[in-house]
Design a protein around this ligand. Structure first.
Ligand code: HEC
Length: 137
């Protein structure tokens, strides 16, 4: 018994380390390689997205949609690498919403396109609420 207490159980320590490393806490994700320039582009674009659609400016709406699609595809692959399943899920919803917008713009359904576009900032925010350090928006 005394022998056991003296010798640290390496297997238990390793098991504990594995649990700590896989815990889904914000601090576990190292964001140093994150593309914040892209995020700022998204921020500008998302502001024009719905207005471009309601103005029935299809070309501008398609350009906005492309930037946003690239953004959500970037976050999908970035957070896949980090093993953050909830962020990947949000990114996939983003891709879907933007594709809905594009389909509706192509069909000249601007009301439906605008409704889908209004979903976009909620998806940005739901990821920021979980993963963006401080000042979540
Ligand atoms: C799946 C997660 C995720 C999605 C989706 C996402 N973001 Fe972010 N965003 C982040 C994270 C994480 C940070 C913080 C990165 C850091 O601290 O280095 C961030 C940072 C930002 C920043 C701050 C950039 C800076 O200058 O520091 C802006 C602006 C931003 N996002 C806008 C957006 C907009 C607009 C959208 C939607 C169109 C969006 N983001 C979608 C995760 C996401």
């Amino acid at each position: 018994m005394i022998e056991l207490l003296k010798a640290p159980r390496l297997d238990l320590l390793l098991a504990l380390a594995a649990v700590l490393a896989s815990a889904p806490v914000i601090a576990a994700i190292d964001l140093r390689d994150y593309d914040n320039d892209l995020m700022r582009d998204l921020d500008k674009t998302v502001k024009y997205f719905e207005p471009d659609i309601t103005a029935q400016n299809s070309d501008a709406a398609r350009e906005d949609a492309q930037v946003l699609l690239d953004g959500f595809k970037y976050t999908e692959s970035y957070f896949t690498k980090k093993g953050a399943a909830d962020a990947v899920e949000i990114s996939r919803k983003g891709v879907k919403v933007v594709n809905d917008v594009l389909a509706n713009v192509d069909a000249n359904n601007f009301d439906a396109a605008a409704a889908a576009a209004r979903e976009t900032p909620n998806l940005c925010k739901s990821c920021h609420d979980i993963y963006k350090p401080r000042l979540a928006r």
